[in-house]
Design a protein around this ligand. Structure first.
Ligand code: ADP
Length: 505
């Protein structure tokens, strides 16, 4: 009887379940979107119960569409939107509030207070991260400070903290009836509460950030058997892999050698460079993070360039402006013109992440003249993704001392050929898309399959990787420099926008 591995990919906009075969090809899949809740400017929430319900439904859908049941599944892997934070009641399984999503900026003041005179890099040596609204620890503190009685209940051990991986695993393995309260090192490395060197929660960080250790999950490896699903449709199947979504994509892209990198184009963009077992601090606005840890092997680390808004700008054109009816239409509209007409869009909706880390920035459309039309704006929106990627690649090259000669890409936006060509043009290096574009889910499947012996070693991952399409740079350097100059000026105009006395939510 053939067996497969099932991956749950709980993303920012949707939840997918995908079944993979031994060659790493998709056998079946199901997907559901969930609601994006924007209670006020700068706030972004998800309903954790909706996410768990969707997770159950897509698992059922993916199994049913290929006529499979639990006996065909060798292991389950989980990958997830990172940093998104929730707190729930251990006994009832009910969240005390909606999950606070990674893009949410409500912890800005808190992060400034924590930074104090030491500045945003106060914890950078220990955690690899700047103090920014992006990360989970301060989000948990916010919930404990703002939900009545939460801090007392957390200290008494009645409430559990989790990122989305932990929430999904706890529910898959029984919820209030003995659910496992566990996270993996990659997700834990995004909390500001874990020491990158010891790979354990740091008491001083927990104390200063204000998250009681009693509510934190156990930190485990990214690839090991955590326990079995129970009860439900996958009853008895081991859950054996957990990776944050970007680390999963890095793994699924077979970036297993020190010096290999990938860039994922989804809601935001995330470039990760494998730095092997070395913890490489960044001097250029990147994060240092755990890339993966397989079983008892030493952890592998990465440098990461995180960009908050790329694909979500396309959603904004669709949902907030009504400029397009669907995301792929942005390409059709962009192709009605041959260039940006002098217009630039800087989507600093949540401030600017890497390499700037400027929470005070807000979005801008600049360079407008009477000539600019909606085609130019669509093009400028797409180009903003490529410009932001260019900045991150430059930081990567500077931090690592190695110049990348090609870039492996994946994610929803890589279907956009106009964007991929412009990206290659701007970077002056080849851009390569693999055959299996669903590298995030695939990476989680690999982590789980390796732990149960479904795949023998990481050599199987390398053997399964195949190139689908490659874009070469066709732009002359004068054009590249002119565009670059325009982008730099546009970015400069977004800074210092948020004033102290204006409530940003
Ligand atoms: P995530 O995993 O972060 O939810 P995906 O990898 O599924 O994201 O990519 C979805 C994102 O890609 C959405 O933000 C959407 O706007 C964008 N997108 C999808 N198709 C296209 C396209 N053809 N051109 C540009 N953007 C696209």
């Amino acid at each position: 009887m053939p067996t497969y591995v099932l991956a749950i990919d709980q993303g920012t906009t949707s939840t997918r379940a995908m079944v993979f075969d031994h060659r790493g090809r998709v056998v079946s899949a199901d997907q559901r979107e969930h609601e994006q809740i924007f209670p006020r400017a700068g706030w972004v929430e998800h309903d954790p119960m909706e996410i768990w319900e969707n997770t159950r439904l897509v698992i059922g859908g993916a199994l049913a569409s290929a006529n499979l049941n639990s006996s065909h599944i060798a292991a389950v892997g989980i990958t997830n939107q990172r940093e998104t934070t929730l707190v729930w009641d251990k006994t009832s399984g009910t969240p005390i509030a909606n999950a606070i999503v990674w893009q949410d900026t409500r912890t800005q003041r808190l992060c400034e207070q924590l930074a104090g005179d030491a500045g945003p890099r106060r914890y950078a040596e220990r955690t690899g991260l700047p103090l920014a609204t992006y990360f989970a620890g301060p989000k948990a503190r916010w919930l404990l400070d703002h939900v009545d009685g939460a801090r007392e209940r957390a200290e008494a051990g009645e409430l559990l903290f989790g990122t989305i991986d932990t929430w999904v695993l706890w529910n898959l393995t029984g919820g209030p009836q003995g659910g496992l309260h566990v996270t993996d090192v990659t997700n834990a490395s995004r909390t500001l509460l874990m020491d990158l060197h010891t790979l354990d929660w740091d008491d001083e960080l927990c104390g200063q950030i204000g998250v009681p250790r009693a509510m934190l999950p156990q930190i485990r490896s990214s690839s090991q058997v955590y326990g079995n699903c129970h009860p439900g449709i996958l009853d008895g199947v081991p859950v054996a892999g957990i990776l944050g979504d970007q680390q999963a994509a890095t793994f699924g892209q077979a970036c297993l050698e020190r010096g290999s990198a990938k860039n994922t184009y989804g809601t935001g963009n995330f470039m990760l460079l494998n730095t092997g077992t070395d913890i490489v601090p960044s001097a250029n606005g990147l994060l240092t993070t755990v890339c993966y840890r397989l079983g008892d092997e030493p952890a592998v680390y990465a440098l990461e360039g995180s960009i908050a808004v790329t694909g979500s700008l396309v959603q904004w054109l669709r949902d907030n402006l009504g400029l397009i009816a669907s995301a792929p239409q942005v390409e059709t509209l962009a192709k009605t013109v041959t260039d940006n007409g002098g217009a630039y869009v800087v989507p600093a909706f949540s401030g600017l992440f890497a390499p700037h880390w400027r929470p005070d920035a807000r979005g801008a459309v600049v360079g407008l003249t009477r000539y600019v039309n909606k085609g130019h704006l669509a093009r400028a929106a797409l180009e903003s993704t490529a410009f932001q990627t260019m900045e991150v690649l430059e930081a990567m090259n500077a931090d690592s001392g190695v110049t990348l000669t090609e870039l492996k890409v994946d994610g929803g936006m890589t279907a956009n050929e106009t964007l991929m060509q412009f990206q290659a043009d701007l970077l002056g290096v080849d851009v390569i898309r693999p055959v299996v574009a669903e590298t995030t889910a695939l990476g989680a499947a690999y982590a789980a399959g390796l732990a149960v012996g479904y795949w023998e070693s990481t050599a199987d991952i390398v053997a399964n990787w195949g190139e689908d399409k490659r874009w070469h740079s066709q732009m002359d350097s004068a054009t590249r420099e002119r565009l670059r100059r325009g982008w730099d000026k546009a970015v400069a105009r977004t800074l210092d926008w948020v004033d102290e006395d204006v409530e940003q939510g």
